[in-house]
Design a protein around this ligand. Structure first.
Ligand code: DGL
Length: 279
């Protein structure tokens, strides 16, 4: 166990660093522990049970390191594991801790971006099939029409460092066409996957200029700020020395460090961890 009570930020891999970066920019004083489950990523095509098991193992490991609050930066984990963790797992053993996801904070504000009341959601197969965005957005903006498109080849492109090469354009166009064919009136597209901000320039280049492309990092960071204001009992438990620690379940940490530094925007030195130990 580490000293301090950092905020835990979890992702299936390195993509969550795009969200983590926004959180750290907005709330720099806190201590943070980032965990990427790269050894078992991607989660996008896995079953509900597997995603729940992997996510819960990682969350428990972060609790053991002293995190009283964990953010699931991963959309797929938020869609498929968060509810079971909050309602079933935590009341049994960790009632004093909190786990928050990225879908609800996004759903709370996404309706303010659109004029036509038609938005597109791009995500992994798991996120799209879960229907979580449809349900959550309908709660806050019942008059919005939401069109979803799974983009299963985008994460592998990004993970393999091909996202800024010319070959990526074909796959960007492919899924954008499939989304836009669902409705001509879409004026806002949500990037509902941690990795997609790395394709943002290409995505914008393939769309008419009037279509807004929305990434989640700033939305999640603003929502966390608001949460900490509303929950002083949690805010006071968090340590504030500006410490950042990075962990991965991938044994090749130099590989993680090099990819992760691109996502995070500054140099990362990580440590390997086996989250199953003691679970
Ligand atoms: N982190 C995942 C998400 O945001 C994308 C990568 C994966 O499939 O594991 O949905």
């Amino acid at each position: 166990m580490l000293t301090g009570s950092p905020i835990g930020v979890f992702d299936s891999g390195i993509g969550g660093l795009t969200v983590f970066r926004s959180i750290v920019e907005r709330l720099p004083a806190y201590d943070y522990l980032y965990l990427g489950d790269n050894g078992r990523a991607p989660y996008g095509n896995r079953s509900f049970n597997t995603i729940h098991q992997y996510t819960w193992e990682c969350v428990q490991w972060m609790f053991k390191q002293g995190c009283p609050l964990v953010i699931l930066a991963c959309n797929t984990a938020s869609a498929k594991a968060l509810r079971t963790i909050q309602r079933q797992d935590m009341p049994r053993s960790h009632a004093d801790k909190r786990v928050l996801g990225v879908i609800r904070p996004t759903a709370e504000v996404i309706g303010t971006y659109t004029q036509t009341k038609k938005i597109g959601v791009l995500g992994t197969k798991g996120t799209v099939q879960s229907g979580s965005y449809l349900l959550e957005i309908a709660r806050f903006f019942p008059h919005l029409e939401v069109f979803q498109q799974a983009c299963p080849l985008w994460v592998p492109l990004i993970e393999n460092g091909e996202y800024n090469k010319p070959g990526a354009d074909y796959y960007v166009q492919l899924y954008l066409d499939q989304l836009m064919q669902q409705s001509a009136g879409i004026d806002t597209i949500l990037l509902a996957c941690t990795h997609y901000p790395l394709l943002q320039d290409k995505i914008k280049a393939h769309l008419p200029a009037n279509i807004k492309v929305v990434a989640q990092g700033d939305i999640v960071a603003a929502s966390l700020t608001d949460y900490l204001h509303r929950h002083p009992e949690m805010e006071q438990r968090l340590s504030k020395t500006g410490d950042r620690r990075f962990y991965t379940t991938m044994d090749d940490t130099p590989e993680f460090n090099s990819h992760a530094s691109q996502f995070f925007g500054s140099e990362i030195i990580s440590s390997f961890v086996d989250v199953r130990e003691g679970c």
